[in-house]
Design a protein around this ligand. Structure first.
Ligand code: B12
Ligand code: SF4
Length: 588
């Protein structure tokens, strides 16, 4: 239970700053940044060994943006600042409340940020939230006034003396920015990317390792921001209009589990002829409980699915042949990101080859491999604590417990250090056998197009046509470049050759000509990117500074002219940096 919240004396006139932890991120430093733990999703844990083919992109701190959109007080968001920029902010501006959002691995940064706030803004109340709050001893390690476990909207509404039960205002934010692949920056047009959509937080399935589920109550618990399909449809329609998007990245751990809501949404999409794309996270059993017609009707274009590992005993996988499921989804054009765990209880050096091979055989479009990691707040963490198998802070720093390096506990069957090579082995095998994820995704898109291009349903036909349109030019060029790149690797070369001729056959002479032209360009960019990577090039997100209208007014009164160097945007339209390559972001 959260302690009772007494509102701030200034109520909704209190000035609020919300910040993510400071960067730079992709390097090793004393604050806990790690080269292997960049502020990127794909390059961190999915395509990390795919060199120039690795998908590079950033995501905003959506929790902060959601909070800002629901705060009536003057509120500023500072996202991805450097430590100096953060210090400058707390020195130059006056705040009553400073909120920090973080995950456990970034605890050292939070510690420093709290110290800086105490030094430069001693009157400000410090509030820390996000996944880090699930660490029970946090209040002994950082100097904060409030540690908020779970939903921050309800907490801020109470603290700022705002009405608690008003509908959740959804921020209008694009799902990604700074996307590049093969050294090429992708499209910067909103129409080419997806809006973020957050229908719920938490997941009632409650797998033992799952920190997202644990933070919002664990097994049986979750929080719906939008209870039914009608509410969700209204939000999506507004996002479509405001951002000019037709696809959504649904940031809900198990979106399809809320069946009634999803099916009502489908009904409304049909009534209003919405040809939207939904990219979702889903557990395998839930996914299988829908017919393919329903999934396609709902516009499911991309699925993040836990495969976990052979014989993993999770109920969400019970009776599901995940390989068959992946294949089936792909045969309808649905891209799959399979997620496997290395280091489950029954894993050992003897069966590891088999476990990795089994994962790789799924031939998912993308494959995430993560170490089985007990994160504070989860049942798995409690079990290790009870068994005294957790490593102490002296033995293992929290900054290294990000799942892409080593175990933060003693594994019963795997010697310390072995896990790191198993993890890399898994990524390498997937890359060597299945090739660049970009090629796999292109194959899935082609298959989807071939199946649905003559669908009698206009809504569906249009969606597949939209998604497939880059196959005629940029994707064809990318395959041309990949084929050239792999000219000395017989297995991948022949796969890519077949893919390219299938694309040519499907789209004809124009595509054949364009593919070579685009291909030469893409190939040269790819070589440049790989040269950059060998020189240790780092990719970091831009800093964002966004005030809501009330904060803007205060600033204006104080300075007369807003500071020019800073990016100033009003909620709900949160501006981001968009990218330049056709239509890829909406698909990824
Ligand atoms: C998007 C995302 C990212 C983005 C980060 C974007 C960013 N700017 O931070 C990227 C892809 C870069 C990323 C990277 C990593 N991530 Co990440 N990520 C997520 C993901 C999928 C969604 C987070 C999100 O936006 N949720 C939606 C918002 C609305 O929910 P929320 O953030 O929880 O916010 C709510 C509350 O927590 C609270 N709240 C949040 N902040 C604050 C602040 C205050 C002051 C208050 C009062 C309340 C509050 O209120 C919000 C509304 O209810 C989550 C999984 C998930 N579904 O949550 C994992 C997750 C947060 N990531 C995780 C991890 C481990 C990582 C990585 C270490 C990579 C990895 N190996 O997995 C790296 C770390 C990178 C780094 N150097 O720091 C773990 C965290 C585990 C933990 N307990 O610490 C999660 C939970 C995934 C998981 N299940 O393992 N991640
Ligand atoms: S099904 Fe996925 S989101 Fe739900 S608890 Fe399990 S791992 Fe977490």
């Amino acid at each position: 239970m959260q302690p009772e919240i007494h509102p701030h004396p200034k109520g909704n006139h209190a000035r609020v700053l919300l910040s993510s932890v400071f960067g730079p991120y992709a390097r090793d430093d004393e604050y806990g940044s790690r080269t292997v733990n960049p502020m990127e999703l794909y390059h961190n844990q999915v395509t990390r060994v795919q060199k120039g083919f690795s998908l590079r992109m950033f995501h905003r701190s959506f929790g902060l943006l959601l909070l800002q959109a629901n705060i009536d007080a003057p509120c500023t968001v500072l996202d991805f600042a450097s430590l100096d920029r953060f210090i400058q902010e707390v020195c130059d501006q006056s705040y009553d409340i400073i909120g920090i959002s973080a995950i456990f691995t970034n605890i050292e940064k939070v510690k420093v940020m709290c110290q800086m706030i105490r030094r430069y803004q001693p009157q400000a109340k410090i509030v820390v939230g996000g996944h880090i709050a699930n660490y029970k001893n946090l209040n002994q390690e950082i100097d904060a006034d409030f540690i908020v476990r779970g939903d921050g909207i309800a907490w801020f509404r109470q603290f700022l003396d705002q009405p608690i039960n008003t509908p959740v205002n959804h921020p209008a934010v694009l799902s990604a920015f700074g996307t590049r692949i093969m050294g090429i920056n992708l499209s910067d047009k909103p129409i080419d990317t997806a809006a973020i959509l957050i229908p719920s937080v938490g997941c009632p399935v409650g797998c033992n390792f799952c920190s997202t589920s644990a933070l919002f109550g664990g097994k049986g618990k979750f929080i719906n921001f939008y209870e039914n399909g009608d509410e969700l449809f209204a939000v999506m329609t507004r996002l479509e209009r405001t951002l000019n998007v037709n696809s959504f990245f649904v940031l809900d751990e198990n979106f399809l589990l809320h069946r009634r809501r999803a099916l009502r949404l489908l009904e409304l999409m049909k009534i209003h002829q919405k040809s939207w794309v939904l990219n979702v996270f889903s557990s395998a059993r839930v996914l299988r409980s829908y017919t393919m017609e329903q999934l396609v009707g709902l516009g499911i274009g991309w699925v993040w699915m836990g495969i976990e590992g052979k014989n993993s005993q999770y109920r969400k996988l019970e009776d599901v042949d995940t390989r068959k499921l992946v294949k089936r989804l792909q045969s309808h054009g649905i891209r799959v990101l399979g997620s496997s765990i290395i280091g489950l209880e029954h894993h050992n050096p003897e069966n590891m080859d088999q476990i990795i091979s089994d994962a790789v055989r799924h031939q998912a479009d993308f494959h995430q491999f993560m170490l089985y990691t007990p994160v504070p707040g989860t049942p798995l963490y409690e079990a290790h604590k009870k068994n005294e198998t957790l490593l102490s802070k002296k033995e293992f720093l929290p900054a290294d417990a990000h799942g892409q390096y080593r175990f933060n506990y003693r594994h019963a069957k795997i010697e310390p250090g072995q896990e790191e090579s198993f993890l890399l082995q898994a990524f390498e095998k997937d890359f060597q056998e299945n090739g660049p994820s970009l090629a796999r995704l292109i194959r899935t898109l082609l298959v989807g197009w071939q199946r649905y291009k003559i669908s009698p349903d206009k809504r569906i036909r249009e969606r597949y046509a939209r998604e497939a349109s880059p196959l005629r030019s940029t994707y064809a060029g990318a395959v041309w470049a990949m084929k050239r790149y792999y000219r000395d690797s017989p297995l991948l070369f022949s796969k890519l050759k077949i893919l390219l001729s299938d694309i040519h056959r499907e789209f004809g002479l124009k595509t054949r000509l364009v593919s070579a032209l685009v291909g030469i360009f893409a190939y040269l960019q790819l070589l440049k990117e790989e040269a950059r990577l060998t020189k240790n090039w780092k990719y970091e997100p831009t800093t964002f500074y966004e005030r809501n209208s009330k904060a803007e007014k205060i600033q204006y009164r104080r300075n007369r002219i807003p500071q020019k160097s800073q990016k100033v945007t009003e909620i709900p339209m949160v501006s981001t940096i968009y990218l330049k390559f056709k239509k890829l972001t909406c698909i990824l």
